[in-house]
Design a protein around this ligand. Sequence first.
Ligand SMILES: C[S@@+](CC[C@H](N)C(=O)[O-])C[C@H]1O[C@@H](n2cnc3c(N)ncnc32)[C@H](O)[C@@H]1O
Length: 222
Amino acid sequence: MADYKKPDYWQLKARKEGYPARSVYKLKEMDEKFALLKTGGGAPSVCRVLDLGAAPGSWSLYALRKMAAKGFLVSADISPLSRQYDGGLFDGDNFFFVQGDITDPAIQGIILSRGPYSLIISDTAPATSGNRSVDAARSLELAGAVLDYAEKALVKGGSLVLKVFQGGDTAELLKRIKTLFDTAKGFKPRSCRSESFETYYIGMGRNEEPRGMYPVFHSAGK
Ligand SMILES: C[S@@+](CC[C@H](N)C(=O)[O-])C[C@H]1O[C@@H](n2cnc3c(N)ncnc32)[C@H](O)[C@@H]1O
């Protein structure tokens, strides 16, 4: 049984490199493998990213640091972001944070109105209850909500990273991802705790235009 109170290798590395959570290394590994946060070239040339379940904010900081002025990030979480390491990045003109439940229609409206997005990343996870099948079912529900965002607000050609707890009907989830993207695969980053039952799905190449009404692609601004 892991001792979660004692900082592990990845937590210590995160603190040293200025990130509030070890989860940054999962995104970094997926970005290095799948070139998720590519900026410049292609259409749209400005990367517009949506980070769901963003607190305490490591993935958001990674995206902002990597994209610099070439990208725009919208992040959402029930909890606030940590301001310990952002050095003012969360006050920047290329960042917008929505505090609320991503399944709440009012919050959805705010997030969708700032799209469409070229990349959606979701590390959203329910608070765990200790009952693995209950937790897996809640995680699947959240993953379904994230896929709704991908359907409505991801540009054609855009990509998705989605966390889900194994143990529920992930086959059905993967099937739905496959209908929305040219390629879909599962990936377990090295920095996931060995006993963790989380995994990630990556959808690349959204195969249709977003279903939401987007007359113009936002290239900048909140
Ligand atoms: C593992 S943490 C995300 C860590 C984050 N990627 C980072 O690097 O700092 C999962 C997050 O999902 C959020 N979450 C869970 N259910 C949510 C919901 N319905 N709406 C918004 N956020 C949610 C939690 O509040 C929590 O902050």
